[in-house]
Ligand binder design. Structure first.
Ligand code: PLP
Length: 638
């Protein structure tokens, strides 16, 4: 027995990887310092890493409180480079006869600093943008992008959207309006005629190959977007009839986000390339084949086709796309198209890491046996005292089952009025202590019965963390998406607690109780005890979708945000701080504008003064206090 437990012991350097899976999801951007602290390497240089704790200290010195979002703009640069170089490499390798053009889909992260950084990092690749709403389009019209970059406007939406999508050409953009519905061509024809313009058009085509997993619904036959084969032919015919056929330059396919299995991508690309080839052969001068998004991120680090992972690399993704299109174009004898990609998640996810501080730890049954034992007279409780004393490796299953039964008896006795609170309290305490002992013994078994792993999950501590799941990791709530979660320090110290995380909303859904694991999904995360002086948790890979979807549930607003750059000597520089919303700002989104709040409070004070409840001085100081409260952070402060 001793030997088994010995060999299960992890060496300090194994802890961050075996317990938190760090090296599996780090993608070269995260590591562990000699001091056991989480490090970030924005350029993927293992020697140029910064400790997250030191960044937290910098922020605290500046009076910027947790929770915060740390942004590493250089990670965006690194991802943009990797992504585009992968396509360049495949194009060279297969001698592909056309180019690759990337665009960033704004819905993945519309934050100006993010989009601007992406556009400047992507300038030498002629990186462009994809928009799907008027607001995204309005922002895109103001952004500096390469003169050759594409501006893909998805859908026809309404007249105003369409007008701007067409007029974008006047200010030097290269808009492509992608039709999503059979009726779109007619709407475009009307507006374009009125504006005397000949916009470049694309057609979103629905394909049969589906994505898989949580995000699959956006592709496939039943998707809400795209033209089926009949509609495609109709659309081409009417374009021909209205002299618009030469404007149709793009075919667009998007099978969904986070496609976990490379085979799905291959089969979708095959189908798409065939459609392209057939349309070319009908004489339509299509130039661009847009393969949409879907390139996934390995959130759990398992490199498998499970929901939160991917079984392929960016290079394999590029290879499969380029190779498949090349092969099909060759066999169909049509010119190879410019390959357009709209990857968002894979480009943006790594650059942002969310940080929260643990506020306290709750544990079922904790509290201690501080009862007056003289007052314990219940037979059942006395029997439980014996179980607690005598439980051992041989009898623990039997004793645990006895304890379960005793606990039920206690409950009935109490309900019938036969048990006082002291007996009840002591009985509860004994029960949880017996459970704890039984779990310890169960770990020594070679094959642990399931009831004890379930029990262990029930007994997991709850770590209350200063954040809102709905604001900062909405997909953990909406889609049960898993993100890696890791303490920012003590990573080489064996964790002694198993915990789930609870946020500070008053919503029982405001918690995280599923965690990444190499083989499975963990119901509790191993964490350290002794959290009294600042214990911070990092949630990496939140740069895609989370900010855009985050919501002010319970009026917990956006979090403080800090941008860090790392110089050539490996030193961090705080580039920018963006304050999270204060109370006044979130309240104004609910209709309580700041001046109105102040006036409303002033009225209450005046009324109280006139009733003699407050002196004028007390009133003035209350008003002042209220004002500073309105300007404070929505999250818990010290
Ligand atoms: C959402 C979306 C994307 C982005 O997909 P990712 O999986 O994040 O790369 C690309 N294109 C279209 C049309 C989309 O709707």
């Amino acid at each position: 027995m001793k030997e088994i437990t010995q060999s299960l012991r992890l060496s300090p350097s194994e802890i961050p990887h075996r317990i938190y899976g760090l090296e599996n999801w780090a993608a070269g951007y995260f590591g562990v310092s000699d001091q056991g602290c989480l490090t970030v390497h924005p350029t993927r240089n293992p020697l140029l890493g910064v400790e997250v704790v030191s960044l937290i200290n910098t922020l605290q010195k500046r009076g910027v409180a947790a929770p915060f979002l740390l942004r590493f703009p250089q990670i965006l640069d690194t991802q943009i480079k990797e992504f585009h170089e992968a396509f360049r490499h495949s194009i060279a390798e297969y001698g592909y006869g056309a180019r690759h053009r990337g665009v960033f889909p704004m819905k993945v992260n519309q934050k100006r600093s993010v989009v601007e950084r992406l556009m400047s990092a992507g300038h030498r690749y002629e990186y462009g943008l994809e928009v799907g709403t008027k607001a995204e389009l309005a922002a895109a019209l103001t952004l500096q992008i390469h003169a050759n970059a594409l501006l893909i406007c998805n859908g026809v939406k309404d007249r105003r959207y369409l007008e701007w999508a067409i007029k974008a050409a006047k200010i030097g953009k290269n808009p492509v309006i992608v039709m999503e519905e059979a009726s779109d061509l007619k709407k475009i024809a009307e507006v374009a005629t009125a504006l005397q313009a000949k916009p470049t058009l694309g057609i979103r085509v629905r394909i049969f190959s589906r994505g898989a997993g949580k995000w699959e619904e956006s592709g496939g036959e039943t998707s809400k977007f795209g033209l089926n084969t009949i509609q495609l032919l109709d659309c081409l015919k009417s374009a021909h009839a209205t002299q618009m056929a030469r404007q149709i330059k793009m075919l667009h396919f998007h099978i969904g986000s986070q496609i976990t299995d490379i085979r799905r991508i291959k089969s979708a690309i095959k189908e798409a390339a065939r459609v392209y080839a057939k349309v070319c052969k009908m004489g339509y001068p299509v130039e661009y084949l847009n393969v949409g998004g879907g390139l996934g991120v390995d959130y759990d680090g398992s490199r498998t086709a499970s929901d939160c992972s991917v079984n392929y690399s960016i290079q394999e993704y590029a290879n499969d796309i380029v190779y498949t299109i090349d092969e099909i174009c060759e066999s169909e004898n049509v010119p190879p198209p410019t390959i357009v990609t709209e990857s968002g998640r894979a480009v943006a996810a790594h650059h942002a890491t969310f940080i929260t501080n643990v506020i306290r730890r709750l544990n079922p049954g904790l509290g201690g046996p501080e009862v007056d034992l003289a007052k314990i007279d219940s037979e059942v409780v006395l029997e439980m005292t014996d179980l607690h004393k005598d439980i051992n490796q041989k009898n623990f299953r039997e004793y645990y089952h006895d304890a379960l039964q005793h606990r039920e008896e206690l409950q009935s006795l109490f309900n019938l009025g036969y048990l006082n609170l002291e007996n009840r309290a002591h009985g509860e305490w004994l029960f949880w202590e017996i459970c704890r002992k039984a779990i310890k013994f169960s770990h020594l078994l070679k094959e642990r019965p399931e009831e004890f792993s379930d029990l262990e999950n029930i007994l997991a501590s709850k770590y209350i963390c200063n954040f809102s799941v709905f604001q900062s990791t909405p997909d953990a709530w909406a889609l049960d998406q898993l993100f890696p979660i890791v303490p920012v320090a003590r990573l080489t110290e064996e964790p002694t607690e198993r915990a789930t995380l609870c946020d500070i909303t008053c919503d029982s859904d405001g918690q995280i109780d599923k965690f990444i694991d190499l083989r499975d999904v963990k119901q509790a995360l191993e964490l350290h005890s002794g959290i009294a002086d600042s214990y911070y948790l990092a949630v990496p890979l939140v740069g895609a979708y989370q900010e855009a979807l985050g919501m002010n549930h319970n009026l917990l607003g956006s979090v403080n945000e800090a941008h860090f750059l790392v110089d050539d000597a490996g030193k961090p520089h705080l580039d920018k701080v963006v304050r999270g919303q204060n109370l006044g700002q979130v309240l104004s989104s609910a209709g309580y504008d700041a001046p109105g709040l102040k006036e409303g409070f002033q009225r209450m004070v005046t009324a109280a003064e006139s009733l003699g409840r407050l002196t004028a001085e007390e009133g003035a100081s209350l008003t002042e206090l209220y004002q500073s409260t309105i300007e404070s952070y929505t999250y818990l402060e010290d």
